[in-house]
Design a protein around this ligand. Sequence first.
Ligand SMILES: Cc1cc2nc3c(=O)[nH]c(=O)nc-3n(C[C@H](O)[C@H](O)[C@H](O)COP(=O)(O)OP(=O)(O)OC[C@H]3O[C@@H](n4cnc5c(N)ncnc54)[C@H](O)[C@@H]3O)c2cc1C
Length: 231
Amino acid sequence: MKRVLGKGYVRLVDVMGSDLTVVNAARVSYAKASDSLNERDIKLIKFLAREGHTSPFRHAIAQFEIYAPLMVARQWWKYVVGSSHQEATGDSLEAWNESSRRYITEEPTFYIPQRDEWRTAPENSKQGSGKKVDDHIIADAATFQLERYVAQGIKLYENAMKAGIAPEQARLFLPAYGMYVRWYWTASLQSVCHFLDQRLEHDAQKEIQEYAKAILELIKPHFPVSVEELL
Ligand SMILES: Cc1cc2nc3c(=O)[nH]c(=O)nc-3n(C[C@H](O)[C@H](O)[C@H](O)COP(=O)(O)OP(=O)(O)OC[C@H]3O[C@@H](n4cnc5c(N)ncnc54)[C@H](O)[C@@H]3O)c2cc1C
């Protein structure tokens, strides 16, 4: 498991296949298969990636459990091709995705940037962010105000439920963008690399970049050649 962004994490739940899976899927039409990865196989993976022959990369699959603020999850769920985002099964996880907090199973938990984590608005662009906020007064105030806002939200949420309002409506009081949600992401190797290709880039939001780095660290040891060639 890799810790990301305060209380967040990425966990590799399961993997199907290896670089050999890619090679053997590509060679099936010649009725040939390798038992262990050799130089010719590596050349074949390079060729497939370079020429955009992507289907062999879709026979390898990885499944992750992710715990991230909703603002990150919201961006992640846009990867709809070759991916499935499913509710984590189990006792307490159902409340931690899009439908979260219809059932009360976990304390709401929030991502609150610390004083050295706030970034300024970018100078020459409408999206993204610029350098670190180096004025400690502004940064401290932002953390303090967000903490207060979250605490107020939790209080209103609890008060609403005490007054008899259904949890599925009471959750409207929670500041949702920073609330951690948990989900399973099952995706083909091609889809994972497509996600990494976009979200490791400097123009992706820094918070999702941190998750992409964790995904890369977890997946690369299982598919070292394919990941290297697809990115
Ligand atoms: C820096 C950055 C900023 C962004 N800003 C915004 C934003 O402001 N608002 C917003 O809504 N989204 C935004 N996005 C999300 C972006 O629009 C994509 O939805 C997201 O990156 C997923 O990429 P994708 O569509 O390629 O992935 P997938 O949906 O997984 O698709 C994978 C690939 O499959 C192919 N494909 C997908 N659907 C079809 C189809 N119907 N027909 C044929 N081929 C298809 C395409 O080649 C696609 O690249 C941003 C993404 C990035 C990286």
